[in-house]
Design a protein. Structure first.
Length: 331
C-alpha cells in the first residue's frame, strides 16, 4: 500500500495526502440527526427512459455468452449486441435542499450516483456541516441509475463508460428538471460543483470531472471501480477505467480536479493479480500513485479490513471528506 505525504489544504497547512484507518469504525458525530439545528428537506421525482434523449434504456441479456467467466471468475467481454437489448427504466432522483435556501439564489451542489443509497446519510451530514459553517450551503442531487450492474446493463453503460455522456445527461436532463421543480439556481462555477459515488458510481463521478472539468472539479470516491468493466469496449481505452491510472492520467496534462478517495483493504478481488485488471485495492493504489505523480490535489484513505463500499467507512469518513473537498470554497 502507498504511504506518502503532500502539502494540501489551507495555505500553510500540511495534511497527509494518504492515510490508513482501521477498526473499530465509529459513525462520525455529524451523521446523527440533531434536533437543535436547522434541517434541509428531501424531495424526489421520477425520470423514465422514454423522457431521455441520451439514455433511452438497455437491459442485460442472460445467455451463454454473458455467463462466460475467465479463470478468476471475471465476466469475459462480449460484443455489445450480445450483452444487452433495448429496455425501459424508471429512476428516482432525490434532491436535498438545505434549510434557509431561497429560490433563485445561486448555490453550489454535489451530484451523487446510486442516489437512494446515500440520501439519508448525505442529508444528515450536510445538515450538520452547513449549520457549523464547515461547508457552504449546498444542494445534493442524488440520482439512481437506470438499473442492472456491470457489462450490458444500463447502470454499467452510464457509470463504467469512459466518456462525457453521463455528465451531459446530468447537465442537460437532470439538473434542468430539478431547477424547474424546486426553484434551484445551480452555480455554473466548476469549483462549486462536485460529483460523488461508490464503486462504478465513483468511476462515473471521476469521468464527469475528467471529461468535463469546465463543469465539475471535485470528486468523492468510495471503492472506485477503476478497473476493466466498461461495455461496450472502446478501442481507445481497451481496459476501461483501469486506463485512467495506466495511461490517461500519466499521459495528459494535469486537470483542475480535486479528489478524495477511499478503498477497503479487502475490497473486491483484492487477491487477484494485476493481469486481470480487476483488483479494486490495486486499482485505487495505482490511481493514487498516478494522481500524486501528476501533482493532483488528492486525499487517499485505505481502510483496514474493510470491504466494498463499506458502510462503516462511509459513516466514519463522509463528513470529513465533504469538508476537505470544500475547504477553500466561500461559506
Amino acid at each position: 500500500m502507498l504511504i506518502a505525504f503532500l502539502a494540501t489544504g489551507a495555505v500553510g497547512a500540511v495534511t497527509p495526502a494518504e492515510e490508513h484507518i482501521g477498526p473499530p469504525y465509529q459513525d462520525a458525530p455529524e451523521m446523527v440527526a440533531r434536533p437543535d439545528i436547522p434541517h434541509g428537506r428531501l424531495q424526489s421525482f421520477i425520470m423514465t427512459s422514454a423522457e431521455s434523449g441520451i439514455f433511452p434504456g438497455i437491459r442485460q441479456l442472460d445467455n451463454d455468452i454473458t455467463r462466460r467467466r475467465d479463470a478468476w471468475g471475471n465476466r469475459i467481454a462480449a460484443p455489445a449486441a450480445e450483452q444487452s437489448e433495448a429496455g425501459p427504466y424508471r429512476r428516482d432522483v432525490f434532491v436535498y435542499i438545505p434549510a434557509g435556501y431561497r429560490k433563485g439564489r445561486e448555490v453550489p451542489f454535489i451530484v451523487v450516483q446510486d442516489g437512494r443509497d446515500y440520501a439519508a446519510r448525505m442529508a444528515a451530514a450536510l445538515d450538520s456541516l452547513i449549520a457549523q459553517k464547515r461547508v457552504p450551503m449546498m444542494v445534493a442531487v442524488m440520482i439512481q441509475s437506470g438499473g442492472g450492474d456491470a457489462q450490458g446493463s444500463e447502470r454499467g453503460l452510464e457509470y463504467d463508460t469512459l466518456s462525457g455522456r453521463y455528465a451531459e445527461f446530468v447537465e442537460q436532463e437532470v439538473l434542468p428538471r430539478a431547477a424547474r421543480l424546486y426553484g434551484i439556481t445551480f452555480t455554473k462555477d466548476p469549483n462549486g460543483r462536485a460529483a460523488m459515488g461508490g464503486s462504478s458510481g465513483a468511476a462515473a463521478a471521476f469521468s464527469m470531472a475528467w471529461f468535463h472539468p469546465e463543469w465539475y472539479r471535485k470528486v468523492l470516491s468510495y471503492s472506485g471501480t477503476f478497473v476493466n468493466q466498461a461495455s461496450p469496449v472502446d478501442p481507445a481505452t481497451p481496459h476501461g477505467a483501469w486506463d485512467y491510472h495506466a495511461r490517461l492520467i500519466p499521459d495528459n496534462p494535469r486537470k483542475p480536479i480535486r479528489i478524495w478517495m477511499a478503498v477497503g483493504e479487502k475490497d473486491l478481488h483484492w487477491q487477484d493479480p494485476a493481469e486481470t485488471f480487476r483488483n479494486w485495492p490495486m486499482a485505487n493504489d495505482r490511481m493514487a500513485a498516478a494522481l500524486k505523480a501528476r501533482g493532483y490535489d488528492y486525499h487517499y484513505v485505505i481502510a483496514k479490513d474493510a470491504v466494498h463500499v463499506d458502510g462503516n467507512v462511509i459513516a466514519q469518513t463522509l463528513p470529513a471528506a465533504l469538508e476537505w473537498l470544500w475547504r477553500d470554497y466561500p461559506r
